[in-house]
Structures are given as C-alpha cells and as structure tokens.
Design a protein around this ligand. Sequence first.
Ligand SMILES: [Zn+2]
Length: 150
Amino acid sequence: MGIISCASASACWRGLDYYKRKKIKNIEKINNNEYTSIVSGNENYHIYLNLEHPRRSTCTCPLANGKRIICKHIVATYFSVVPNSAKDFEEEQEKLQQEYEEYEQRQYKKAINYLHKMSKKELIDELTYVFDYAPEWVYTDFVRRNNIGD
Ligand SMILES: [Zn+2]
C-alpha cells in the first residue's frame, strides 16, 4: 500500500495544494525510502515520511500527531520527494472521474430505455413512488408545470 492509498481523499487534495504552493521546506533524505521535512504554516510541523511502510510516517500536526494518520503534510512531502507522483495522482483522478461520468451516462441511457418499455400502469406506479420518496420539490414542480393546482 502506497502513501496515496493510505490517505483520505481530503488529505490527498490538500496535500497536492501544499505541494503546488511549495509549502514543504528542509527536505532531507535519510535513504531511498525515508525522508524528513518541515511544513511552515502558523507553526512548523515536522514530517517523517516512510515510503516502504506508509503507516510509520509521522507528522507533528494536531491531526496526525501520535496517530497512524497520513495527513496532508505527509502527502505533500510525498509529492515533493517522489518524481512525477503529483502528476500521476492528478492524471489518475482525472481518469477515474472520466470513467465515472461514462458509467453514469450508460446507466442513464439504460434507465431511459427501460422507461420506454414500461406499461402505463407500471409508469404510474413508478411515478407515484417517486412522488412519495423524492424531495418535495419534485412533486410540487410536477403540479406547477402541469397546472394541476387550484
Ligand atoms: Zn500533518
């Protein structure tokens, strides 16, 4: 498991932002797998990054201190020391987003095709279900658009 897969989505995006704004200072290489750095903000946080064992990475910020949490400072340090990691992360996220949108489009088309195959009674049952369980505006909008109100 890499740093990114151990970190929350929020830590990844905020870490990327820190990396782009060059918030990571004093990077020191201990060996190929271990690095230390300092992130300067209101306070200086001290980061220890372990690429081989991500959960052993530490940061002195309130969120991660004493816990096995991969915070944005650790992620930002990771992006700073591993070449192309930030670019790879962004490309991977874009790819996932595109795959998700394509999946959504396919599902929507399937749903519309299914509607065309339903009988009038099935459609009425389905729409009644939607009125009962969808947010209130779906029903009120239906009434308004079809001039069913008093
Ligand atoms: Zn931190």
